[in-house]
Each structure stands twice: as structure tokens, then as C-alpha cells.
Design a protein around this ligand. Structure first.
Ligand SMILES: [Zn+2]
Length: 321
């Protein structure tokens, strides 16, 4: 363990059972930088303020905020921080729309035809409410595209666009130290959800192939020299190659399990398949996550030519080829 690293993890509370905390990382070099400042809640902000004060830093001294992706548990406090410090906020351009709070119910666009009963669609409004409650609009945002070098006085971090969990998901890599700030692409105790997102294409709005992106992103990480990971949730990862490879194996196995289920059930919609796969144990927001998980696997199976999708009465049915 290298205690001389200028990177300080700060664990911040989240208002849900899992994950129960998110990690902000203070980078103590010039410009003073914070990666993922957590949610905007009075409790989280107080803990962040105290952790900074312990190091002789106040909010006003933060010059730059780097966001790994546009999920509220990671970026919610960014607007408040900018208001207090004038810090520059950077995010990959593909996640810009997620943090500008346009009020677009993004989830509905890709899950409305999955067979979820209309009554259960109310769970979406819970997500929107949470977005609004735990974040605030950001005045000025700098976006970047692809991979850029983030300069500090004594070193630089390389940003790497690794989509899958989110289309603009970005990690920050310190080549000299073989160290990675991984956001949510790889987490120590939970398997990250690849999330389907609407993408505008010349042929109309389509779903992103997020599981395929996730696997590509993990393969890229597996090919890099990484000996320490600071993840978005949970403790540091001391043996990254082992964990990265086990996550790749998990997604591949799950894909085969869902393919086997599809072959045994015949054509079904993603909601029915989620009920069958998770054996009816689903409640509340879990339903959305479960249907999403089934859907991203089905999309990859279709992409691989092993399954097909057809629309019947506005609902997508999937069958094995
Ligand atoms: Zn996330």
C-alpha cells in the first residue's frame, strides 16, 4: 500500500440500502480536484466538508470536479460545490444530458415496451424524484470527448471512456502508478449493472448495446497494467486483474443462463423473463433493475444472432433462434 499517494478517499452516505455509500476522491495536487462529490444531501455535504476540513481544505479551495458518470449518487453535489467554489466541472459529453436535469424521463424511453404492468411504471417517477431531490442544476459544465490528459502540477491522469454502466462512463488512470479511479465500471462487492439507454440513430431512437459495451470496457481494463483500483463504491481493490476477469466471467455466464431460459420458455417479453429468471422475488425498484438486466442480455443475444425481437401490440417479445 502506498500511503504517499495524493489521493484521499472520502466515503459519503447514500439514502438507499445498497450501495450504502459512495466514494469521493480528493486529489491533493494543483489544481485541487475532487472526483465524484456524492449526492446533494445535508448529511453528505457535512461529511464531505468535515473530511476536507481535516486536511485544512474548505469548499472554496476546490478548483476542479471530475465526474466519472452522470448518476445522481456520483454527481448530485457538483452544482452546490460549484456555487460555493467556482470549480470547473468536467464530464464526458455522452453523459451531459444526465446531469442537466432536463426533466426527460429517460428510463421510460427504453423500458416502456418491456411488458412491465402500467401500475409498476410508477417506480420510474421515484427515480426522477430522487434525481431532483439529491442534485441541483450545474451552471457551467465542461465536456470532453474521448480520452484526454488531465494535468496536475506533479503528474497527469488519463481519462478513458469506458461505457457500459452509462454511455459516457469514464475512468481516470495514473499510468506511472498503475492506478485507476474506476467509477462504477468495476466494484469490489457488487456486480455493476450495464444500463440500457436510448441512443439517437438515423433509424430513430434505439437502445444502447450496454452489455456489449461493458464487456469491451472490462476487456480493455484486463489488458492494462493496473495494480490498484479506487472504485466508486466500497474499499480499494488490491488485486484488480482477478476481479476484472471474474466480472467478465460473470456477465458471460449470465448471458448463457438467460439464453437457456429463453430457449426453454419460448417467446416472452422481458418482464415475464425477469419474473421467471428471478423467480418472482421482485419488488419496487428491483423490478426496473431486473427487467433492465434481462433486456441488456436479450439485446446482446439478438446482436449475436442467437435471439430475435418482435413487437406485438406495442410490447417487445423475444425468442431464441
Ligand atoms: Zn452509476
Amino acid at each position: 500500500m502506498d500511503n504517499n499517494l495524493p489521493i484521499v478517499p472520502i466515503s459519503l452516505p447514500l439514502p438507499f440500502p445498497s450501495p450504502e455509500s459512495v466514494n469521493a476522491y480528493l486529489i491533493e495536487d494543483d489544481p485541487l480536484t475532487l472526483v465524484d462529490p456524492g449526492m446533494k444531501s445535508s448529511r453528505s455535504l457535512a461529511i464531505l466538508e468535515r473530511a476536507l476540513a481535516d486536511r485544512g481544505i474548505d469548499f472554496q479551495s476546490i478548483k476542479r470536479v471530475l465526474l466519472t458518470h452522470g448518476h445522481v449518487d456520483h454527481f448530485g453535489a457538483a452544482g452546490e460545490l460549484q456555487r460555493r467554489s467556482g470549480a470547473e466541472i468536467l464530464i464526458h459529453e455522452e453523459d451531459l444530458s444526465k446531469i442537466t436535469l432536463s426533466g426527460e424521463p429517460a428510463n421510460e424511453i427504453y423500458l416502456h415496451n418491456t411488458g412491465i404492468p402500467p401500475g409498476l411504471m410508477n417506480n420510474f417517477s421515484q427515480i426522477d424524484q430522487m434525481m431532483n431531490r439529491y442534485s441541483e442544476p450545474i451552471e457551467e459544465i465542461t465536456t470532453f470527448d474521448g480520452n484526454i490528459s488531465l494535468e496536475f502540477e506533479h503528474f497527469y491522469l488519463q481519462s478513458l471512456h469506458l461505457p457500459g454502466h452509462s454511455s459516457g462512463h469514464t475512468v481516470f488512470y495514473w499510468p506511472e502508478k498503475e492506478l485507476l479511479l474506476s467509477g462504477d465500471i468495476v466494484l469490489p462487492s457488487i456486480t455493476t449493472n450495464p444500463l440500457a439507454e436510448p441512443v439517437n440513430t438515423p433509424a430513430g431512437v434505439k437502445r444502447s448495446l450496454s452489455l456489449s459495451q461493458m464487456l469491451d470496457s472490462l476487456q480493455q481494463l484486463a489488458s492494462m497494467e493496473i495494480n490498484l483500483v479506487f472504485p466508486g463504491h466500497g474499499p480499494r481493490i488490491e488485486n484488480p486483474p482477478e476481479l476484472i476477469n471474474s466480472r467478465i466471467a460473470f456477465y458471460q455466464q449470465r448471458l448463457e443462463e438467460i439464453y437457456a431460459l429463453l430457449k426453454s420458455t419460448g417467446p416472452q417479453d422481458p418482464y415475464q423473463l425477469a419474473q421467471a429468471f428471478f423467480k418472482g422475488r421482485l419488488q419496487g425498484l428491483d423490478i426496473i433493475l431486473a427487467v433492465n438486466e434481462i433486456l441488456v442480455n436479450l439485446d446482446l443475444l439478438v446482436h449475436q444472432g442467437r435471439a430475435y425481437e418482435e413487437q406485438i401490440d406495442g410490447v417487445s417479445l423475444f425468442g431464441a433462434c
